[in-house]
Design a protein around this ligand. Structure first.
Ligand code: 4AD
Ligand code: MG
Length: 432
């Protein structure tokens, strides 16, 4: 019996007759032969229709196909060493489902605004296809990693009563007769989960009213936030390094085809899969920047150009540890060796990408945390449930957050995070 297969499965069906469900991305014909460029969501490859192999009707149907026509095909898989993909199909039968004219994304160059306006169709093209497949692999690797490490997936709410990461970037909403906010981070709820289940991770959308137009900021992005009870900062850094090297290793192992579509230099990614990430102190990072002639002093936060400067110095991700307390959120534990700094770390990606993850050990002492909430000018009422975690069975605990689109942008070497998510939301883009 002739099997229905996906393009991706071609290698297992060489010289066999198969059925496929496909769309047309491009077409070339010359008298007795039509070359169809096909996609089916799993890969792209070529279909060949020869006049003397098919009925007159099928040959005419093949010649009349328009870009993004959808159709069923029957044919035989062959190796094709000249193509990216390595296989093609010699088509013997073809049945058209839909075949309309005027697909807006033609095979000539289009500007990025035009493409983003047509994102609902653009996602079918090779480049977004490759990026979304890699996104999916990173998601799978993340879930596998945390499952293997004994974590429980824990869901934080998205409608919030108060702000975990400071109040400047909050999206305010009307919630019946009072105010509420869209979540900027699931962390505080993740800490609840850690005290209930030991080790948890949240994964979901987060919202920040970022007014800046940068290549690293979305107003809606996805974050993965692990939280570990009984864990100090050093162990958390070990975990972060294991996690990120596993993710990169999985992408290298499973996404060779997608990386080749993107033209990604995989040698640049390999060190990241080996671990051994430098732990650079904030103090030393400031010195490196000053020595490099950048205008920055102790106490300043790093701007994107500072992070880019530092990240060019490393061939793999690296940590910047122990930032000044003043530029970090209220929940971080102060560094006992220098209380002007906290037990926190950002992970910076190489090749100029900068921050992709950030985390800390959390303040676990009731009185200290209460004072830090007050110092930050936040309402104790809003955080009374959070303080309860320190009242009953408080333990040392740590966690971090990974910006999903930031990691994808780096792994795929994208110019902008907007390409790392199916439907980007930015200050001036909400559609489609
Ligand atoms: O550094 P952030 O603000 O840390 C937190 O939200 C902590 N609660 C995490 C934790 O400890 N559980 O954000 C974490 C990461 C950043 O490192 C960055 O990768 C990403 O989220 N991120 C953004 N990504 C895209 N667009 C934005 N506007 C982002 N803001 C942060
Ligand atoms: Mg951060």
């Amino acid at each position: 019996m002739t099997e229905l297969i996906s393009i991706r499965e071609s290698a297992k069906h060489v010289d066999e007759e198969v059925h496929m469900h496909v769309w047309l991305t491009d077409k070339r014909s010359s008298g007795k032969i039509v070359f169809l460029q096909l996609r089916d969501g799993t890969a792209f490859f070529q279909g060949v229709v020869r006049k003397n192999n098919v009925s007159e009707e099928v040959f005419e149907a093949a010649k009349g196909l328009r870009q993004e026509a959808s159709f069923y095909i029957t044919g035989t898989i062959h190796e094709d060493a000249r193509s990216h993909f390595g296989y093609e199909i010699q088509i013997t039968d073809l049945e058209v489902v839909s075949n309309n004219e005027g697909y807006p994304i033609t095979n000539k160059e289009h500007g990025v605004d035009f493409l983003l306006d047509h994102r609902h169709l653009w996602l079918r093209s090779r480049r977004p296809f490759a990026i979304m497949q890699i996104r999916n692999r990173i998601f799978k690797a993340t879930v596998d990693f945390f499952e293997n490490e004994g974590f429980v997936k824990f869901d934080a709410p998205l409608l919030m009563h108060s702000a975990p990461e400071g109040t400047t970037e909050l999206f305010h909403i009307e919630y019946f007769d009072h105010d509420a906010y869209l979540s900027q981070s699931g962390q505080l709820y993740g800490e609840v989960g850690a005290e209930a289940f030991g080790k948890i991770f949240t994964f979901g959308p987060t919202f920040r009213a970022e007014e800046s137009k940068t290549r690293r900021h979305l107003t809606e992005f996805w974050m993965m936030e692990p939280e570990m009870a009984w864990m100090h900062q050093d162990e958390s850094l070990d975990l972060q390094e294991r996690f990120l090297s596993y993710v990169v290793g999985q992408v290298l192992e499973h996404c060779e085809y997608e990386l080749s579509i993107l033209g990604r230099d995989v040698d640049k990614l390999k060190p990241a899969a080996e671990g051994n990430y430098t732990r650079l102190s904030y103090d030393d990072a400031i010195k490196m920047l000053q020595e490099g002639g950048r205008d920055i002093k102790w106490g300043d936060d790093f701007g994107a150009p500072d992070e880019a400067y530092l990240s060019e110095k490393f061939d793999r991700p690296f940590f910047i540890v122990n930032y000044p307390v003043a530029i970090k959120p209220f929940y971080m534990k102060k560094n006992p060796e220098n209380p002007l700094t906290c037990l926190c770390a950002d992970v910076e990606a190489p090749e100029g990408y900068g921050e992709i993850m950030g985390g800390s050990e959390r303040e676990a002492d009731y009185d200290t945390l209460k004072a830090q909430i007050e110092e930050a000018g936040l309402s104790l009422d809003d955080y009374s449930w959070y303080l309860d975690l320190r009242k009953y069975g408080s333990v040392p605990h740590s966690g971090f957050g990974m910006g999903f689109e930031r990691v994808i942008a780096w792994i795929c070497k994208l110019d902008h995070v907007r390409e790392a998510i199916p439907f980007p939301r930015m200050i001036n883009r909400m559609q489609p």
